[in-house]
Design a protein around this ligand. Structure first.
Ligand SMILES: Nc1ncnc2c1ncn2[C@@H]1O[C@H](COP(=O)(O)OP(=O)(O)OP(=O)(O)O)[C@@H](O)[C@H]1O
Ligand SMILES: [Mg+2]
Length: 336
């Protein structure tokens, strides 16, 4: 076999796609998998710009004619049609070589796992919420009723005892309010009954009634019911971001926005507080102190969306979460 024929058959037998493109954007070489992944024509010498622009994010790395030196890049798990592809671009003599791996299976497996973990956490929260609400709540009410009865029994005969009962009764009232709010945080019934807009509105109202900071909620018109997985996810994310703003930001105002786009929904939570440096340390997403921000990333990944956190010390925080509304193929049957 000739050397070039040998090389061709080796490239053809590789378990991943190979596509080599010239500096001017013409196809120099491709194996069958590479052609299939990027939907390229058979002939070489063909301009591939249009085919490559179908890969999200790729045009940012490849604009033809390529500038020298060609910068290597990795695009991880980008969605092309129904598949997820990982593309690596490396300089080749007079152009760029792309190697392409189909990571759809791995990606879907990860997705199933994330979904299962999040669903288990939510189930646990629902259970806890119910137990606290239905178990401890009534007990406190009963104790309080008994105390009131005791107060009547005393008929004002023992002022000191009456005072103690009164302060116990007040403590019980505080406890009852706390229990209600814990149970509510664990499982917001308003979300289940009236949907995301009402639930976010309610969340902001509760922040306002604390009197510490002003929370405003703006939303675009959202007519349809948003899938439970998305609405619960966005609600949990808003809860964490608002909680962080209340805890750390020393902000005057928190603005929460929910905007419906044609194919996606965007949640923004912004505060005018002290801010922080989210990407200061070495780790790619330095959120080492707590798990709140990391949990948001996990949720957003599970929803197939994006999460951008913009902040600097002294500049407040702006968090933007965008989630696609269309169900991915595999989870259309999986939505509860
Ligand atoms: N809105 C904000 N303003 C100022 N600093 C913030 C804000 N949000 C987060 N931070 C900083 O980022 C850190 C990480 O936040 P994250 O929510 O991940 O963890 P946490 O709130 O400390 O703990 P957990 O969420 O697990 O209870 C916080 O400890 C805080 O220092
Ligand atoms: Mg937090």
């Amino acid at each position: 076999m000739e050397r070039s024929g040998l090389l061709e058959s080796v490239i053809e037998s590789l378990p991943y796609g190979i596509v080599v493109v010239s500096r001017e954007g013409e196809l120099l070489l491709a194996n069958g998998l590479g052609r299939a992944y990027l939907r390229l024509p058979e002939e070489s010498g063909f301009p591939v710009v249009e085919n490559l622009s179908a890969v999200p994010g790729l045009s940012g790395h490849l604009s033809f004619p390529l500038k020298e030196p060609v910068t290597p890049f990795d695009l991880l798990a980008v969605q092309v049609g129904n598949a997820y592809l990982t593309l690596r671009g490396r300089p080749a003599s007079d152009g760029i070589a792309l190697s392409i791996i189909d990571v759809t299976r791995a990606r879907n497996a990860e997705q199933y796992m994330l979904d299962a973990i999040l669903e288990a956490t939510e189930a646990q929260r629902r259970k806890l919420s119910k137990e606290i609400h239905d178990g401890i709540g009534p007990l406190i009410s009963t104790i309080k009723l008994n105390l009131d009865a005791l107060q009547l029994e005393l008929k004002g005969e023992n002022a000191r005892a009456a005072q103690m009962i009164e302060s116990m009764s007040q403590l019980l009232q505080t406890m009852s309010n706390d229990i209600r709010s814990i149970s509510h945080n664990l499982m917001p019934n308003v979300l289940v009954d009236f949907g995301l807009v009402a639930a976010l509105e309610n969340l902001c109202q509760r922040v306002n009634s604390s009197g510490k900071v002003q929370a405003n909620f703006y939303h675009s018109e959202i007519r349809e019911q948003i899938r439970r997985k998305i609405s619960l996810g966005l609600y949990r994310i808003a809860q964490e971001l608002i909680n962080n703003a209340v805890k750390y930001a020393q902000a005057h105002t928190i603005n929460v926005q929910l905007i419906r786009h044609s194919d996606s929904i965007v949640l923004m939570v912004e505060d005018d507080g002290i801010g922080f440096a989210p990407h200061q340390s070495e780790s790619p997403h330095t959120m080492d102190k707590g798990i709140g921000l990391r949990n948001i990333q996990t949720r957003v990944r599970s929803l197939g969306g994006s999460f951008i956190l913009e902040s600097q010390p002294g500049e407040g925080v702006l968090a933007t979460i965008e989630v696609p509304l269309k169900a991915r193929n595999y989870d259309t049957n999986n939505d509860r």
